[in-house]
Design a protein around this ligand. Structure first.
Ligand code: ADP
Length: 269
């Protein structure tokens, strides 16, 4: 079996807002086809990390290497052919239809005033079929349910055919049926297209059914980076979230799950 190629290397990354350091000395690397779940308490720096990786924010120190090249050496257009990012609660300023929104994913590949090519149209259709949004194509985005909207936003990112997909809590605010649906779509993309996925999530139990690679952030630092069997551990989770938890194993999948224990917080001392 061929060893997988390294796709992303982050070295000693730091980031600040107005001189206030919110990411400190972050280092990790990912191979093609990795599926990384990023977790940690609110304010830990997870969204900032995604912003820096998508070059939407400049780091104050450190280096990001994408395909062995510094991230800074990519033009914005070249980068948007490699990386797609999906934020939470996306809205659009105009009342676009679903197919118009998914087509926006092809923007990095279009020349000015050139219509969509056959390849563009087939990427759009494939992304919509993967996310089951093809039947919604004529509908107005603003009149969709939260679950439908999230699938459309994912379809737009998939139409971009990125090598790396960055997701900020893609299943939050969805019911369990739609949460599982979103993770099933991500797993399909990850396995079929070898898309590398970095996904911020608060639902460690759900994420642990789909991936074995977790990165935990706290106060802007990495506190754990490893497989579920090592890092989804009672002491690590309790320290991370300052909350007493029960960690068990789901009999059906043999994957770990976490349940918080009623109203008991642990002193940080
Ligand atoms: P998380 O995604 O883990 O909740 P964030 O990356 O959003 O954390 O935030 C990390 C820290 O940076 C927090 O203390 C937050 O208040 C601060 N922060 C986030 N965005 C900004 C911003 N635009 N300006 C100033 N501070 C910010």
């Amino acid at each position: 079996m061929n060893p997988r190629a390294e796709i992303l290397r982050v070295e000693n990354l730091c980031a600040t807002y107005n001189g206030n350091m919110v990411l400190r000395d972050i280092s990790f690397c990912l191979d093609e086809g990795d599926f990384l779940a990023i977790a940690g308490p609110n304010g830990a720096g997870k969204s900032t990390l995604l912003r820096v990786l998508a070059a939407l924010m400049k780091p104050s120190a450190g280096e990001i290497m994408l395909f062995g090249r510094p991230l800074t050496s990519f033009s914005r257009r070249a980068l948007s052919k490699k990386i797609a990012i999906v934020f939470q609660n996306i809205s659009f300023p105009y009342d676009f239809t679903v197919s118009e929104i998914v087509a926006l994913g092809r923007t990095p590949f279009l020349s000015p005033w050139t219509p969509l090519s056959k390849k563009d149209n087939s990427s759009i259709r494939e992304a919509m079929e993967l996310t089951d949004t093809w039947p919604l194509r004529e509908r107005s985005f603003s009149r969709l349910s939260a679950g439908e909207r999230q699938r459309v936003v994912l379809a737009k990112a998939f139409a971009q055919q990125p090598s790396i997909l960055l997701l900020d809590e893609p299943a939050t605010h969805l019911d369990i049926h739609h949460q599982v649906g979103i993770f099933n779509i991500l797993a399909r993309l990850n396995q079929q297209r070898k898309t590398t996925i970095l996904c911020i999530t608060h639902d460690l139990s759900l994420a642990a059914q789909y991936t074995d690679h977790f990165l935990f952030l706290s106060h802007g630092k990495i506190v754990a980076d490893g497989s579920a069997s090592v890092v989804i551990e009672k002491r690590i989770i309790e320290e991370l979230f300052q909350t007493e938890v029960y960690v068990g194993t789901l009999p059906q999948t043999h994957r770990p799950f976490i349940y918080p224990i009623k109203q008991t917080t642990i002193n940080s001392s």
